[in-house]
Design a protein around this ligand. Sequence first.
Ligand code: ATP
Length: 239
Amino acid sequence: MRAHLDRTEIMMLRARGLTKRYGWNDSLVRAVDEIDLDVPAGQSLAIMGPSGCGKSTLLHLLGGLQRPTSGELWVAGRRIDRLGERALAKLRRHHIGLVFQSFHLMDELTAVENVELAALLAGTSPGPARRRALHLLDRVGLADRAAHLPSELSGGQRQRVAIARALSNSPQVVLADEPTGNLDSAATLEVLRLFEELRAAGQTLVVVTHDARIAAIADRVIAMRDGAFADDSMLAGAR
Ligand SMILES: Nc1ncnc2c1ncn2[C@@H]1O[C@H](COP(=O)(O)OP(=O)(O)OP(=O)(O)O)[C@@H](O)[C@H]1O
């Protein structure tokens, strides 16, 4: 038996026939329609496509935020498509880092408190949680903003806090839904640089984006249309 597995042999995400439908009869929407997907450990994947094609729904399924109507889904080798709410919450808390377009920070908590909260909820004790949060804020270039409230930070800084929070439990996969959708050009570049660093560090990453600059740093780009994959190209090509 081989002592080491090549990291690309481990499928961090695997979906078969993954489907999410809303409504029924005339109002039936096939938001995600029989998708097959394999994301190896360490791969960064960008998902692009027109508004309403199902990108966010797919990301929510991959992150255990929504349950599929049918199909099979594995995260890090564990089947999750039939898990109950509690098990899904646990999976999200320990194994998945989520980044949203509108940051989803707690307004009344400082930057460091926002970041450490994720670790505290996952059972880390306060001292180590605080140290890890400060380390992550440093990593995203915000060591000097730890005591600031979200309202005292720029959009780009808020998103960097949200990325630090997403990393706080060393997730197996980071899922980001339009992470630069609310940011101006300079802030987009800050976030872009961070994703580039995460990619280089071997973090498995799935980003839903309309921004070609984000897609350009991904290992792989998938175009979605009407709930299905329209095209799966190695756009970033040379990687
Ligand atoms: N809760 C819901 N109930 C009914 N239909 C829904 C619901 N959520 C999403 N949809 C529909 O599912 C389809 C996919 O939506 P989704 O938000 O995944 O698209 P998207 O590609 O992320 O769009 P955008 O780029 O505008 O965010 C759309 O037609 C949408 O109207």
